[in-house]
Ligand binder design. Structure first.
Ligand code: HEM
Length: 358
């Protein structure tokens, strides 16, 4: 009996400890991701495996064609309201040095329609980061495309799509995934005149202190909008613009306020501005410069952008973002191994840009 009651006390203690471990093992900012996390490890392993197999040598698995990596300044809005002073936005008016890589999602020929990417890397960002292997890195990345939604809902659907793609059966996948087919069709008609004149969206959500957000970037400078007709016209358009003038963008966030209209786990659902208005939190200035040199191109292609280069305050949320953690790390490591370059986050001194007089 004594043994039984002692056993009972021990088991009560054990349960209390387990509950405490479960409670405190949650990430520091878990409130916004209220949906239980299903086990996606098999789907993620499948995506990693196909990504590595299909990756062109020494290049990125997705967005392999860069138009250029440019030097930029990212300035937190000087009048930022108190409730938005979070993470890198803590100090109104603060300017971070940054690199921005513009890219095609798939094609190497710019005259073919398709999705464009804009990946921003802030430097001199103090504080521990979420990736265990790069905890002390001084960078915060914001990765976007020029469309407000992603074409796949979650990691298991992506694994199914990727397997179908690898075996030439994508049309069968789209037959049973109508919404995904519709988004993919609209991506295939997108034509860009100049990457410096496009709008970009995160498509997937992120933590923003105690809330969840999506972010976007909107051009604010008058950039020429003539359509090019050569395979590399997007790089040429950027180079010509930045010889003549600065390019500027507003960096905006939308806050989640309704689980149905602004969901965390489904990036195929657009967060409409009528439900979640875009608010400006920073300005991006890309000063006049010459970026199209062999040295700077090599530097930009050796960079690694991932949503997981992040402070905990801006931690990526949702199934697709959780999957991206292992995938980007694996493909970046593979191409760096092939290039025989170490994977390393830059500091502002790593590479000197060729800026032109204002
Ligand atoms: C499960 C879904 C996704 C997979 C499997 C995937 C895969 C990848 C891979 C393998 C890379 C290259 C990483 C490297 O080698 O450094 C990459 C880059 C990129 N991805 Fe994704 N991605 C996914 C979702 C997204 C989403 C939702 C966006 C929307 C913002 C996005 C935008 C980009 C961009 C812009 C780049 C280029 C970054 C750079 O310039 O280095 N991806 N993606």
């Amino acid at each position: 009996m004594r043994w039984f009651s002692q056993g009972l006390r021990w088991s009560t203690l054990l349960i209390i400890c387990l509950v405490a471990v479960l409670l405190f093992a949650q990430p520091a900012f878990a409130q916004a991701s209220s949906v239980a996390e299903p086990d996606q490890s098999a789907a993620i392993s499948k995506i990693v495996e196909i990504s590595k197999q299909s990756q062109p040598p020494k290049l990125r698995g997705q967005h392999p064609k860069g138009h250029g990596t440019v030097w930029a300044e990212f300035t937190v809005a000087p009048d930022l309201s108190q409730n938005l002073r979070v993470g890198v936005f803590q100090e109104p008016g603060k300017t971070y040095p940054a690199w921005i890589r513009f890219s095609n999602a798939r094609d190497t020929d710019d005259t073919k329609p398709g999705l464009q990417g804009m990946a921003i890397k802030l430097m001199d960002v103090a504080g521990d980061k979420v990736l265990e292997s790069e905890k002390t890195a001084q960078t915060q990345d914001f990765v976007m495309v020029n469309h407000p939604v992603f074409f796949i809902r979650n990691a298991s659907d992506f694994a199914e799509f990727f397997t179908a793609l690898a075996t030439g059966k994508q049309s069968e996948f789209f037959k049973t995934h109508q919404q995904e087919a519709k988004i993919t069709q609209s991506l295939q008609t997108k034509q860009t005149q100049n990457p410096l004149a496009a709008q970009y969206w995160s498509t997937t959500p992120y933590q923003f202190g105690e809330t969840a957000i999506k972010f976007a970037v909107r051009p604010t400078s008058q950039i020429g909008d003539e359509m090019g007709n050569t395979p590399d016209y997007l790089r040429a358009a950027m180079a010509n613009s930045l010889m003549a003038q600065d390019a500027t963008f507003d960096f905006l966030i939308q806050q989640q306020n309704d689980a149905a209209k602004t969901p965390i786990e489904d990036p195929t659902v657009e967060w409409h501005e009528s439900d979640a208005p875009l608010q400006k939190v920073a300005t991006i200035r890309i000063p006049r410069q010459i970026f199209d040199t062999p040295e700077q191109n090599a530097f930009g292609e050796a960079l690694s952008f991932t949503p997981w280069h992040s402070l905990p305050e801006h931690q990526p949320l949702g199934s697709i973002n959780r999957a991206r953690k292992a995938i980007y790390q694996a493909t970046s490591e593979q191409r760096h191994r092939e290039m025989e370059i170490a994977v390393a986050e830059p500091t502002p001194d790593t590479f000197t840009p060729r800026l032109l007089n204002p």
